[in-house]
Design a binder for this molecule. Structure first.
Ligand SMILES: *Cc1c(COP(=O)(O)O)cnc(C)c1O
Length: 398
């Protein structure tokens, strides 16, 4: 059945008169989430107390929810675990990949990668102290920089600033030919574009659930490990929940079989319940439809801006096959433009130094929203409405 996007839109609590083009940064509230969380607190935690771990299956939640995410990113069943933050999941994945490729010392990434991924890689290298090197090249140079001296290719599929999308399939298969393992960050992919982890033979992948998956602020991350590797890797973060039998409280760490070994500590049960409400919305959709709608929305937006706002310089690829679900422009006073837009009910965001960014979540944004947003942006640009001191004062979160 084709996805009914009017229906999915109706399942979100979107403030009236607001066009929310920031679901790529923090997804909006699914209407059902409040009831789910209230129920969890009052009927489950409130009544079951500690027995909830067994009676309400809280301990199985990370894998159960992981399996729901697996369907959205083309992963095998029982190979995704939910928990912690994306930064931590990248740390675990990168360490595992390095250990599988012990004889080589170079991690390759690109300068468009998210700072946290780069900091995490740098921190891991320092704590391992085994002579690893982080090599950072321009995104366009990645394909040519793959050589057999590289241990791990660490990439974010969709660039958080420009929306440029790497070719996961081609790069992964080229990497494998050269004996390189891959770690893909799906922060700006999961829930928006049609990711195929199994078909692309990806080794490791991780993502967050508060962006296009709409799990709520700080909802837990997820980690994918290919069946090829999961039972051979030794987790760097050996928490009791990754133990084969956590409730034997043994002194010696014995890793659990399967993806459970990448668990660390007690799961964030309440935050994950909110995520479950968000995942319900995906149950009546399919990723090819969502990806197709993402392309339609970003195309309409770019076409309209080309016609109306030539002073905005497209920072995203013009070819829809080369981008994710957000579109960015360079503009020197971009921060002020975004503040003027927010004042008029269009929420986008700003990324230093000069990027204005608009996310198009197919589940709740439609063509009408896109046209209205362009009209408002056009008005701001034509009349320089952004040029006011109060729009230039930066807040901490941009
Ligand atoms: C949003 C984002 C993160 C965030 O990591 P957290 O640990 O969830 O804060 C990491 N990587 C990329 C590419 C992102 O876009």
């Amino acid at each position: 059945m084709p996805t009914n996007f009017a229906k999915t839109k109706s399942l979100f609590n979107l403030p009236e008169q607001i066009i929310y083009l920031d679901g790529n940064s923090l997804g909006p509230l699914p209407k059902a989430a409040s009831t789910y969380v209230k129920n969890m607190m009052e009927k489950k935690w409130g009544k079951l107390l500690i027995s909830g771990w067994n009676k309400d299956g809280w301990m199985d939640q990370p894998k159960k929810v992981g399996n729901r995410i697996a369907k959205l990113v083309g992963a095998e069943n029982d190979h995704i675990i939910v928990g912690d933050t994306l930064s931590i999941k990248i740390y675990q994945a990168l360490d595992s990949a390095l250990k599988l490729n012990k004889n080589k010392k170079i991690i390759l990434t690109d300068s468009g990668n998210f700072p946290s991924d780069i900091y995490i890689a740098d921190g891991l290298i320092k704590s391992l102290n085994l002579g690893h090197e982080l090599r950072i090249v321009e995104p366009e140079q990645i394909a040519d920089s793959l050589t057999d001296e590289i241990a791990v290719l660490l990439l974010t599929e969709v660039d958080y600033r420009t929306g440029r999308k790497h070719d996961m399939n081609t790069l992964t298969s080229r990497a494998h030919e050269l004996g390189i393992l891959t770690v893909w960050d799906l922060a700006h992919s999961a829930g928006a574009i049609n990711v195929q982890l199994e078909n692309c033979n990806v080794d490791f992948a991780a993502g967050c659930t508060y962006k296009y998956l709409n799990g709520g602020p700080g909802s837990p991350a997820f980690l994918y490990v290919s069946p090829r590797h999961i039972n051979t890797i030794e987790p760097i973060l050996k928490g009791w929940m990754g133990h084969a039998s956590p409730f034997n409280f043994e002194e010696k760490f014995i890793a659990a079989r399967g993806i459970d070994r990448m668990r660390i500590g007690t799961p964030p049960v309440i935050a994950t319940v909110s995520l479950e409400a968000a995942l319900d919305i995906f149950d009546k959709t399919n990723m090819p439809d969502i990806h197709q709608k993402s392309i339609e929305l970003t195309e309409v937006f770019i076409n309209e801006i080309e016609k109306k706002c030539p002073m905005l310089k497209l920072a995203s690829p013009r070819d829809a096959n080369l981008r994710g679900s957000h579109v960015s422009y360079h503009f020197e006073n971009g921060y002020a433009v975004i503040q003027a837009l927010i004042e008029r009910g269009v929420i986008g965001d700003f990324r230093a130094p000069d990027i204005i960014r608009f996310g198009f979540t197919p589940l709740f944004i439609d063509k009408d929203d896109v046209l209205k947003a362009v009209k408002i942006l056009d008005g701001i640009m034509k009349n320089s409405c952004w040029d006011k001191p109060e729009f230039k004062k930066k807040q901490f979160v941009t």
